[in-house]
Design a binder for this molecule. Structure first.
Ligand code: ADP
Ligand code: ZN
Length: 443
């Protein structure tokens, strides 16, 4: 935990720092309203409630949330495009959707009030990261159907910052404009932040003296504490983790404060639970499991107990920043990201944590999983830094052996380590694709 926070700014004191009891009654009231509203307006949920024998008056305490059924990603796919909307399309002002690499995309609709609430959530988030109207926000999240670009943009506008709507790509131009416009806040995926740092190095730009960035708001994909250190050192800024997902809203569902001791869930609007992903039962307080979110105030596409597939744990320990919301810790991964290799559960984040401990390696890696003769094989390709690569084959071989041993200690399985030359693995503008599971292609 950072003992000396860099700031203590709060966008909406009344909402973010309200007494815990008041927060709980607000949540209950909103939950009751939601169930009542959906019983009338949403054919999907009306049907669900009927199936589970639930009436609005059954919701008497927040614990009654557990009586409600889960909503899963397939419900969104099966009701493509509009059947989960609880308002007619005439009241919808924006539609986003996932990239939909497999099958139909997942759609998300917003009323004007939903957009307003989302904007407020991002304004709170940017403020929590220390951004103000004085800042120049260089927004490299993609604009378009993906919620990152527009989401960050709306919040930056609300706090009155000067926003540069970059999107990803054309890396050297990004660096030029960042320098010329005096960008102080960078918003993008953590993997793209590293690409920008790398581009600056290639262009010979002295980031410390020529680029004024002081804050980074990074999310939309998993990243470890080791990755945070790497980014902060390379870009000379303070990195904040922001979480969100298209189905729930977009970026701004939760964000770190200057204490960096977990992400404050904006739980006046998004009620979190943690369940055991196998049984669906709640886990004991503080234990890790799947994050489930109920959207308390959304109008166009509210979701009840949505199973995010993201793995984390919650804490309601008070935070010195004064916000009274529940926090979740950095995501450990996704239930569907978890690789089962030789019967052992492996999260890519465990591998990243080991790789990034080594100054010999660049933070660029790919995990390749294959099955030959019924035997799983994990190959970890990782880039050497320029300096290390120059030391030659013998050094690289010795280092690979050491890394192989460390990886085995962490994962309990053996892997093949391949150290590749600098700048040879593919970079991404948005979410990085780091896992190639060839076994899935065989299915
Ligand atoms: P978004 O448009 O907000 O990125 P997507 O629906 O494309 O939403 O992706 C949401 C998923 O991205 C989350 O369920 C989670 O797995 C991942 N994600 C988003 N933010 C973070 C974060 N800060 N850390 C780890 N994973 C994240
Ligand atoms: Zn805090």
């Amino acid at each position: 935990m950072a003992t000396k926070p860099s700031h203590n700014l709060v966008w909406n004191n009344k909402a973010e720092c309200m007494p815990v009891e008041e927060r709980r009654s607000l949540q209950l009231k909103r939950l009751q309203d939601l169930v009542a509203r959906l019983s009338v307006q949403s054919p999907f949920y009306r049907n669900q409630f009927k199936k589970h024998g639930i009436k609005p008056e059954d919701i008497k305490t927040l614990d009654d949330l557990r009586r409600l059924p889960f909503t899963v990603k397939d419900d969104l796919r099966d009701n493509y495009p509009y059947d989960l909307f609880a308002t007619p399309v005439k009241d919808v002002v924006r539609i986003h959707c996932s990239s939909g690499t497999t099958g139909k995309p997942v759609v998300s609709g917003y009323t004007a009030n939903d957009i307003d609430m989302w904007t407020e959530m991002v304004a709170r988030s940017l403020t929590s990261a220390g951004a103000t109207y004085r800042d120049v926000v260089h927004n490299s999240y993609g604009y378009g159907l993906f919620t990152g670009g527009l989401g960050a943009d709306m919040g930056a506008r609300r706090i009155g910052a000067a926003t540069v709507p970059m999107s990803g790509g054309v890396n050297n131009r990004q660096l030029m404009l960042m320098e010329d416009f005096g960008a102080t806040v960078l918003t993008c995926t953590p993997s793209y932040a590293l690409v920008l740092a790398e581009t600056a190095a290639q262009m010979g730009i002295d980031i410390k003296n020529r680029i004024k960035l002081r804050v980074g708001v990074f999310g939309a994909e998993p990243w470890t504490e080791e990755m945070r250190v790497e980014i902060e050192e390379k870009l000379h800024l303070e990195a904040y983790d922001i979480f969100g997902m298209g189905e729930i809203m977009g970026p701004g569902v939760s964000i770190e404060c200057a204490y960096h001791n977990g992400l404050h869930m904006q739980d006046d609007n998004f009620l979190p639970e943690i369940i055991n992903p196998d049984t669906g039962e709640p886990v004991p307080p503080g234990e890790q499991g799947e994050l489930v979110i109920t959207t308390l105030t959304k109008e166009a596409m509210p979701l009840i107990r949505y199973r995010t597939r993201d793995i984390t744990r919650l804490t309601d320990e008070p935070c010195p920043c004064g916000r009274t919301s529940v926090r979740h810790f950095k995501l450990a991964g996704r239930t569907d990201d978890m690789l089962i290799i030789k019967g052992v559960n492996v999260f890519p984040s465990q591998i990243e944590a080991v790789l990034l401990r080594h100054s010999e390696l660049a933070p660029q890696y790919v995990l390749l999983v294959e099955r030959n003769n019924n035997l799983d094989r994990l190959e970890i390709q990782v880039e050497a830094t320029e300096e290390f690569y120059k030391l030659g084959e013998d050094n690289i071989r010795m280092f690979s052996e050491k890394l192989h041993y460390e990886m085995q200690q962490m994962l309990y399985i053996s892997s093949k380590i391949i150290i590749v030359p600098p700048l040879t693995l593919q970079r991404s503008e948005g979410k990085a694709k780091r896992v190639i599971d060839k076994r899935k292609e065989l299915l």
